[in-house]
Design a protein around this ligand. Structure first.
Ligand code: BGC
Length: 710
């Protein structure tokens, strides 16, 4: 346990893919899993990703239905630049075939932003070597990464053959039609520098993957010209060196990507990597840049190393994923650590991530996140048109890369419409927190109007109930599909309509008629909310009480997580809740309810909640804190904070849960510290876990950095 480092020791083949996720690196513009540089024939998930570079993978469903999205966007596994084929006296280094691997050590230094791996290995030819590798992705130079690979022969002197390569022949492990997504256009090399120009199919992103190598023995630079090994989708630069026993051979490899049709150019990356390719100076800059990030974003917990380490891990990963520099990038649920969820934007950004970036990076970065949606408003209107909505109504996609819907399950795309509400809520949240009125006036209002128009058409009037109902939806709890009157969705829709009406009136938007505003308000006031008199709670949806209401504690442990053990059909019929749903509404709109109401709802729903979405325990933790249930809040905190480190949901091998990491931050700042904005001011209601001696952090609030110590 180390509060600034993640350290894992021991070589266990079954854990390789898990730890590839845990030790992932990113710099906001690109990122990669912690794959080995040398060959590895064991189980691995290769992954290197470039922000915003995606492929529209044609949807594959059994039976096509009208309105289905054409494709599911996939973040692309990009050409790899880290690879080294290494031979020691003619034997290939592959930890999967080594006779013995000792002192295997992996360390992620979160304070300084680098990852190190070291081990000694006995190769099948009885040669023992010691290896130490340090790797970083530069925060200063978006397109640049560097690694330092050291080999020391321990048995005898050795001939080391090393082929440092670029490979554009990669595939996504998740591809609907098993296609390759890249075409290689050009391969070239000059001395120790090589590049592959490859283009994505359909989307036409042109990417130069480049590398530059430098070789040393015991710190003395070697001047060897490499032999070129050019193949289809591949270029290798081969070197051969004789190294004495206990002498250290080192290759420094600088590499990365440059996107010619974006903000980088090849010339820049080539000169850049030549002029600044000094490992130590790059490392120094990395330390400085991470120090700068930690300056505003660190949270210090005295008296609890486990909690301390995990919050830093979460903050570190969030910063690796999104730097806030670019309005065309966003935060994929897996960031740059895996393929699942396609690297695309979900409601996670608005509902969970915005507060973290707003408080630790400031209003400008938060505004970039809002602008992302504003810039996609036309596409959201088109998306709604496809589903027969008219008059400028917008339905934002559940999942997107470029504004188009790109999820391919109907119960999500057509039905999980609550995402529209989260986008409106984020505008409210941003304005309330930053005090910036300009965004809503110039941009946000257009988004709000289009969203309100959607809700006004999506409701239907029930003659039976004499109320507006919303039929055929999926709430945040995806363990229910195609339900009627999801409390959260209905409540949020009604709030959106009221908020839009209020803002249109305040901002005197003359292009909206009084009749339209009246209609919004009429719907908002007459929306149906399912309620149980018996339990005194709003119901998650119509008919919730018809379920077999046994608590989660009644499920045998070996059947959890349910999504890995039960059929989908059984899950849908059960009362089990994947993630905060009704309680998500209580979280967003805390002020609309009394403490007693919150308590009743929390106590009713928590026993049915399986928290099989990473987004769940954090919301429950914040609410448990608000109710003074600090021990419970703490258990839920650890579950969210250490979800990946301790692999609670047994899926970390697929990548890290980046968006819920912002939820971890919320469970401390809004949970244990009880931070709220009321009437334009920050308020705190601290309820620290008993064993915490203190909690300190900073937030940027309305342009000023506030230091909080509890
Ligand atoms: C959750 C969604 C979430 C998505 C991406 C799903 O498992 O149910 O709410 O948006 O993951 O994080």
């Amino acid at each position: 346990m180390n509060t600034w480092n993640i350290i894992i020791e021991g070589f266990n083949k079954a854990d390789i893919t898990k730890h590839e996720s845990i030790f992932s690196l990113g710099n906001g513009a690109m990122g990669m899993r912690a794959n080995f540089e040398e060959d590895y024939t064991g189980d691995t998930l290769q992954g290197s990703y470039i922000g915003g570079v995606y492929y529209p993978d044609k949807t594959r469903v059994g039976w096509w239905k009208n309105g289905y999205p054409e494709y599911f966007a996939k973040v692309l596994n990009a050409p790899s630049w880290i690879g080294l084929h290494i031979k020691i006296n003619g034997e290939l280094l592959d930890l999967n075939t080594c006779l013995e691997v000792k002192n295997f050590h992996r360390q992620l230094n979160m304070k300084e932003g680098w990852y190190e791996r070291s081990f000694s290995a006995m190769l099948p030819n009885q040669q023992e070597i010691q290896v130490k590798v340090l790797r970083l992705l530069s925060l200063r130079y978006d397109e640049l990464g560097a690694l330092r690979y050291e080999i020391t022969p321990l048995t005898t002197e050795a001939t080391i053959e090393i082929e440092s390569y670029l490979d554009s022949g990669i595939k996504n492990s998740d591809a609907n039609w098993d296609e390759r997504f890249w075409n290689t256009l050009e391969i070239s090399s000059e001395d120790n520098f090589a590049t592959i120009l490859a283009e994505t199919k359909k989307t036409g992103f042109k990417v130069h993957t480049f590398m530059q190598n430098k070789l040393f023995i015991d710190n003395k630079a070697l001047n060897i010209s490499p032999k070129e090994n050019k193949k289809e989708n591949y270029i290798g630069l081969q070197y051969e060196v004789k190294v004495k026993q206990n002498q250290t051979f080192r290759i420094e490899k600088y590499g990365g990507y440059s996107i010619s049709n974006d903000y980088l150019t090849l010339t820049k990356s080539k000169t850049l990597s030549k002029s600044i390719a000094l490992f130590d100076s790059l490392l120094e800059k990395q330390k400085e840049d991470w120090a700068h990030i930690w300056e505003t974003s660190d949270i210090v917990i005295e008296g609890d190393e486990k909690a301390q380490q995990s919050i830093r891990f979460n903050i570190f990963q969030l910063n690796q994923t999104y730097s806030g520099k670019y309005a065309h990038l966003n935060i994929g649920p897996k960031g740059f650590t895996g393929e699942k969820y396609g690297g695309s934007t979900y409601w996670d950004t608005e509902a969970y991530c915005l507060p973290f970036y707003m408080a630790t990076k400031g209003a400008e970065v938060a505004r970039n996140l809002l602008m992302y949606r504003y810039n996609q408003l036309d596409k959201a209107i088109e998306n709604a048109q496809k589903l027969s909505f008219t008059g400028g109504a917008a339905l934002y996609p559940m999942v997107t890369m470029n504004g188009e819907e790109c999820h391919n399950e109907w119960e999500i795309t057509f039905e999980e419409i609550h995402r529209n509400g989260a986008i409106a809520f984020a505008i409210y949240n941003y304005t309330r927190y930053t005090g910036d009125e300009f965004y809503i006036k110039e941009y946000g209002i257009k988004v709000l109007i289009a969203i309100a128009r959607f809700w006004a058409q999506r409701v239907s009037f029930s003659a039976e109930k004499q109320k507006y109902v919303i039929l055929g939806v999926t709430g945040p709890n995806e363990y229910e599909n195609n339900i009627n009157n999801n409390f959260y969705t209905n409540y949020l829709a009604s709030w959106c309509l009221r908020y839009a009406a209020e803002q249109v009136t305040t901002l005197q938007k003359e292009d909206i008629t009084k009749e339209e505003i009246q209609q919004w308000l009429h719907i908002a006031q007459n929306i149906y909310l399912p309620y149980s008199e018996k339990y005194g709670v709003y119901l998650q949806q119509d008919g919730f009480l018809d379920k077999d209401l046994k608590p989660v504690s009644a499920i045998p442990a070996e059947e959890r997580p349910l999504n890995q053990h039960w059929s989908w059909d059984r899950i849908l019929r059960s009362p089990y809740i994947k993630q905060a749903d009704t309680l998500q509404g209580f979280y967003f709109f805390e002020d609309h309810f009394t403490k007693e109401e919150l308590q009743k709802h929390y106590e009713f729903y928590e026993p049915f909640t399986v928290h099989e979405s990473s987004l769940s325990p954090c919301v429950h933790s914040v609410l448990a804190s608000a109710l003074g249930k600090t021990d419970e809040a703490y258990t839920l905190y650890l579950r969210t904070a250490r979800l990946d480190l301790d692999d609670y949901n047994k899926e970390v091998h697929e990548g890290l849960h980046i968006t819920s990491m912002a939820g971890t931050w919320l469970s401390i700042v809004e949970g244990f510290a009880g931070m709220r904005v009321k009437n334009g001011e920050l308020h705190f209601t601290p309820r620290l876990p008993k064993h915490w001696k203190s909690l300190s952090f900073k937030v940027i609030f309305q342009g000023e950095t506030k230091e909080i110590k509890l």
